[in-house]
Design a protein around this ligand. Structure first.
Ligand code: GDP
Ligand code: IMO
Ligand code: MG
Length: 422
């Protein structure tokens, strides 16, 4: 069996958590392949709302195995808080949650470095979630990192101290930031002790054996393709490969094992943190999208920047990811708009193009919009695609034609059941 993938096609927060939770019913295993607690995946089941940061969104379905893959970076403190929430909600996970030995650990000093590095950048700051993501991946590629499997090594504490010392010398290059290092370290070591009771596995064997046994596997991405370290709006990106190729590295599977790729996009567009966003709106429409869409970060609570859907941007990420199926989320947020715009092309120095320039951070890009009429009706009662108002269907079909990729699902609300199959 192949591994299917769910990932974000924009700048994150496309609704991946909801779609993973919805689709996971049809799978044996859900595996996170990159990112860490910078992610915030919201799942609404009945009146209960859960936000997951590191734990795969398959955890709410019984019998589904959940793996935190080697490509993920784990902060034991956040991880334990997430598990406490699952305990409170009486969601069983002990025999269904596995952590790859090769996943790297976020140390308290990684978070401190993240904060200090951002503080030193002033106006040029990336708008990081300050979860220590960048410094942890830097230590991974710099070959200094500590991994989950190292926890059981007799040298764990001395390696921790060595890395901590290195971080403390690096910190001398940065302005001082407020951070209770001793307090955070005490919490971190307590969390490490708790982490020991979980199931550590060689994830690459687990996944490949499951594939060989014909099990269905869903890989869950975090962030979005425009935040990818290679293809995103560098340097305003995260530090991992958020695109399909990241699944191979982040789980240890061959490219030939990738099956369907579900690319998630909102019916409009958002971004949280700094960096270019060609179709960002600074007018009442932007404010309205934020208000109706409740566009505030699931991890940091920051207001998200809002704008119209950007087709050149989506064509780019569909290409990079080999998307086979598009899922549109938050269509209901547009219920109240007299008219809706989509960006069809960019005007760059007087030339129309639907290609993204090398550097969106320096190139002046003028989005060219097409305006269509809104449907001005609530989608609340719609339970099947055919029941959608004609104008909503026209919007979907236009997107499908322009993006040359089939749209297979449409989400019309945060709840699990609010999904239309096309
Ligand atoms: P993720 O990071 O991609 O999992 O997305 P987030 O959870 O950060 O943000 C998506 C937000 O939109 C969450 O608050 C979801 O509950 C909500 N959401 C998901 N799908 C829909 C939808 O179709 N309509 C509405 N109104 N909200 C949705
Ligand atoms: P999910 O999985 C939206 C953004 C941050 C910042 C940049 C770098 O919920 O979609 P980092 O903490 O990685 O150093 O931040 O990336 N960012 C996200 N934006 N959704 C996310 O995750 C994000 N994870 C990171 O705001 O601009
Ligand atoms: Mg999110």
């Amino acid at each position: 069996m192949a591994v299917d993938v769910i990932l974000g096609l924009q700048w994150g927060d496309e609704g991946k958590g909801k779609i993973v939770d919805y689709l996971s019913e049809n799978y044996h295993m859900v595996c996170r392949f990159q990112g860490g607690p910078n992610a915030g995946h919201t799942i609404k089941i009945g009146d209960n709302k859960y936000v997951l940061h590191t734990i795969p969104s398959g955890v709410f379905r019984q019998n589904i195995i959940n793996l935190v893959g080697n490509g993920v970076v784990i902060d034991p403190i956040t991880f334990m808080k997430e598990l406490d929430k699952l305990d409170e909600a009486k969601i069983p996970y002990r025999d269904r949650l596995f952590i790859a030995n090769k996943a790297h650990l976020i140390l308290p000093t990684h978070r401190l470095l993240d904060a200090a590095s951002e503080a030193s950048k002033g106006k040029a700051k990336i708008g990081s979630t300050l979860k220590g993501i960048g410094p942890t991946y830097m230590d991974k590629t710099g070959r200094n990192g500590l991994r989950v499997g190292d926890i059981n090594s007799e040298h764990f504490k001395s390696r921790y101290n060595q890395l901590r010392e290195k971080h403390l010398s690096l910190l001398k290059l940065y302005p001082q930031v407020d951070f209770d290092l001793e307090g955070e370290e005490a919490k971190w070591f307590a969390a490490i002790e708790q982490l020991r009771s979980l199931n550590f596995v060689n994830g690459e064997y687990m996944v490949n054996e499951a594939i060989a046994q014909g099990k269905k596997i869903l890989a869950e991405g975090a962030q979005g393709s425009m935040l990818d370290i290679d293809f995103g709006t560098y340097p305003f990106v995260t530090s991992s490969n958020t695109v399909t190729s990241g699944v191979c590295n982040g789980l240890g599977i061959a490219p030939s094992k990738i099956g369907r790729v579900f690319g998630i996009t909102k019916a409009y567009c958002t971004r949280v943190g700094s960096g270019p966003f060609p179709t960002e709106l600074f007018d009442d429409n932007g404010e309205k999208l934020r208000r109706i869409g409740q566009e505030f970060g699931a991890t940091t609570g920051r207001p998200r920047r809002c704008g119209w859907i950007d087709l050149p941007q989506l064509k780019y990420t569909i290409m990079i990811n080999g998307v086979t199926d598009i899922v549109i989320t938050k269509l209901d947020v547009l219920d109240d708009f007299e008219s809706i715009n989509y960006c069809d092309s960019y005007d760059i120095k007087g030339e129309a193009t639907d290609h993204l320039p090398f550097d969106l951070c320096v190139e002046e890009v003028n989005p060219q919009y097409t305006e269509i009429q809104g449907w001005n009706t609530s989608l609340d009662e719609v339970t099947e695609y055919q029941q959608l108002p004609e104008k909503a269907k026209a919007y979907i079909t236009t997107l499908e034609e322009k993006l040359e990729t089939k749209i297979t699902m449409i989400s019309t609300g945060p709840e699990r059941r609010k999904i239309l199959i096309k």
